[in-house]
Design a protein around this ligand. Structure first.
Ligand SMILES: [Zn+2]
Ligand SMILES: [Zn+2]
Ligand SMILES: [Zn+2]
Length: 353
């Protein structure tokens, strides 16, 4: 990388969140005395009689997960949001004790009936079925008048608090636009107003040209999508997946773009697993246009991957100390993280030749 200045501590700006991140590359020289070992983390159990997401099994509360073949969606038995929550009664209370009604729906989406799989090890055709289910859920939930945002996400791995290894994700839809997408909505709208163009369309061009300037942050790409470790990444191997076309949400996608999204998700998760030869934990989520009836031309579809691992299958980054009280901080640069993710094999390490 020609820009040696970036080997000294500096801060980088995240225009989507309007936040800064402190980058301290020299700290990677410090000795590490923590535990370092690897664990593959893969199950070879295809059906677990105790798993409530495996086909044909009973769930808490008496419901049964049917013998599904591909994907399966149901209302979460322990939903964090309910469609008929009443408004909290705080009339006459101090203005500092503010509360609002929040109605919504929480759903679970099983990605595949096989308990042992992950997105990284699923066929692209099966991930495409997941993309189709996300699209249908985004469309139908977003059409409900009191639902103004649909958040699709996956928590992968016990390290991220996933309570069940069965391949699945969640869909939480809410009356209000939650803080992260609300901040991004405002940032994208402001950028569009000031520059007459889209923030993430412009950012994508910068990343396509970046290789000659600073070594580049692209992990992988296909005709429809680009995966980068963003300039402003907080997590060591954070990734941002951007649609190359200006698409606001899944419902703007063509048939081909849905397949290409499935392909890029397979590529990114495979490289993640290959990095430390483990089932790489992360929180992944789709950010797209709110469903509040506004046109939202400023919105550019993207997916965030926030993985906690830093040095090995067991050494994770913690967001503590200065990061809780000041601002986020990272040690390895986004450029070197991208370089490592580019360098690993494109084929999953568990695939036997
Ligand atoms: Zn299962
Ligand atoms: Zn755009
Ligand atoms: Zn976002």
């Amino acid at each position: 990388m020609p820009t040696t200045a970036f080997q000294s501590p500096h801060r980088r700006y995240n225009p989507l969140k309007k936040q800064w991140v402190l980058v301290s590359p020299h700290r990677t020289q410090r000795p590490w005395q923590g535990e370092v070992n690897t664990a593959s983390g893969f199950s070879d159990v295809h059906y677990d009689p105790a798993c409530y997401l495996c086909p044909g099994n009973e769930r808490a509360g008496g419901a049964t997960t049917p013998a599904y073949e591909h994907v399966y969606v149901f209302d979460n038995d322990y939903a964090a949001l309910l469609p008929d929550s009443p408004a909290p009664e705080t009339d006459g209370w101090p203005a500092l004790l503010r509360a609002e009604r929040e109605r919504g729906l929480c759903r679970v989406l099983c990605f595949h009936p096989d308990h042992s799989l992950t997105l990284a090890r699923m066929e692209v055709a099966d991930i495409r079925r997941v993309v189709d289910a996300w699209t249908a859920q985004y469309g139908s939930l977003g059409a409900i008048p009191e639902i103004n945002y649909v958040q699709i996400f996956e928590n992968r791995g016990a390290m991220m608090g996933a309570s069940n290894p069965h391949p699945h994700g969640q869909i939480w839809s809410t009356e209000h636009i939650p803080d992260e997408p609300a901040t991004e909505t405002a940032a994208q709208a402001e950028y569009r107003q000031q520059n007459g163009s889209c923030l993430l369309c412009d950012y994508q061009k910068v990343e396509q040209e970046a290789g000659t300037r600073d070594g580049g942050r692209i992990i992988c790409e296909n005709e429809g999508f680009l995966a980068v470790v963003p300039w402003w990444a907080v997590w060591p191997f954070e990734a941002l997946v951007l649609s190359k076309a200006h698409l606001r949400s899944l419902t703007d996608f063509s048939d081909e773009q849905r397949s290409l999204l499935a392909d890029i998700l397979k590529q990114v998760t495979t490289r993640y697993d290959n990095l430390f030869a483990t089932s790489f934990p992360y929180t992944m989520g789709l950010h797209q246009s709110p469903t509040d009836g506004q046109p939202h031309d400023e919105w550019h579809f993207h997916a965030h991957f926030y993985p906690p691992l830093l040095r090995s299958a067991t050494v994770r980054k913690f967001m503590v100390g200065f990061e809780m009280l000041g601002m986020p901080q990272r040690d390895i640069t986004p450029e070197s993280a991208a370089e490592r993710l580019r360098a690993v094999a494109a084929e999953h390490f568990t695939v036997k030749k």
